[in-house]
Design a protein around this ligand. Structure first.
Ligand code: NAP
Length: 240
């Protein structure tokens, strides 16, 4: 019963997979959640081959039905939830609009693309927090990390990728809203991993996957005196 448990969404590749690995290396039992059952099982099996305690779960964060099934089939069976990393995310612009550079322009990106981006990148965390935060509050311990992006910071709002930017700005609102509901011992923060060489970040990105993961794991394992309701990069608070 003393074993700490972490849930990571979008855990099958990129930053999510490395977060699963590092939390498991720190002794957590990790629930690696991914929307494709075969990819979830393959990624979890790979980490188990490294000697880590990782189990697969199916979860499409954009789907109410999938989150409901996850709550029923996985969450309900867990004795505790210490860490939730809302990592699952996607960029919808290029593949769903014109597919050219113009697709990054808010005049051509459709409202529907923005809505779909929000459903995954902001409401994915919202749906999970509705179900997980009450358990953390009851237990008196919890660390929630919403993996966001500097592209969602109003302080530094640039041009391009409007659907992605809006969804990450909304994720900041989700972070603050649930931070307000967090009980004693529970922390809800947003983290920017920097520009990372994943499928999303591309080969030109400046950071390796372990470098990008560092701040996520720091926020997932904050000490009692650590902050809540803030936006961080590399363990330091940055502007929303
Ligand atoms: N890479 C960067 O430079 C960068 C910078 C700032 C923020 N971020 C954020 O970091 C997080 C991880 O990104 P990454 O770079 O590791 O990207 P990635 O390699 O493209 O991985 C994205 C992950 O999210 C999953 N996912 C997407 N939609 C999902 C859904 N509806 N339900 C469940 N899982 C879903 C993907 O699953 P599938 O394999 O099934 O597609 C995949 O596991 C994202 O939130 C991203 O916005 C990344």
């Amino acid at each position: 019963m003393d074993e700490r448990i972490a849930i990571v969404t979008g855990g099958n590749r990129g930053l999510g997979l490395q977060t699963c690995r590092e939390l498991a290396q720190q002794g957590y039992r990790v629930v690696l959640a991914a929307r494709d059952p075969a990819k979830a099982e393959a990624a979890a099996a790979g980490l188990r081959e490294e000697g880590l305690k990782v189990e697969a779960a199916v979860l499409d964060v954009s789907s109410d039905a999938s989150v409901e099934a996850f709550a029923r089939d996985t969450l309900a069976g867990l004795p505790r939830v210490d860490v939730l990393v809302n990592n699952a995310g996607a960029i919808f612009e290029a593949t769903n609009d014109r597919g050219d550079e113009g697709s990054a322009n808010p005049f051509v990106v459709s409202a529907d693309t923005v809505l779909r981006s929000v459903s995954t990148n902001s409401l994915g965390a919202y749906r999970l927090l509705q179900r997980v935060l009450p358990r953390m509050n009851q237990a008196g311990y919890g660390r929630v990390v919403n993996v966001s992006s500097g592209m969602g910071a109003l302080e530094d709002m640039g041009s391009g990728w409007p659907a992605y930017r809006i969804s990450k700005t909304a994720l900041h609102a989700v972070t603050r809203l649930f931070h307000n509901e967090a009980g004693h011992g529970v922390k809800v923060n947003a983290v920017c991993p920097g520009w990372v060489r994943t499928d999303m970040g591309g080969k030109a990105a400046t950071r390796s996957i372990p470098e990008g993961t560092r701040g996520i794991v720091l926020a997932a394992t904050l000490p009692a005196e650590g902050p809540s309701g803030v936006f961080m990069r590399d363990g330091a608070v940055i502007a929303w």
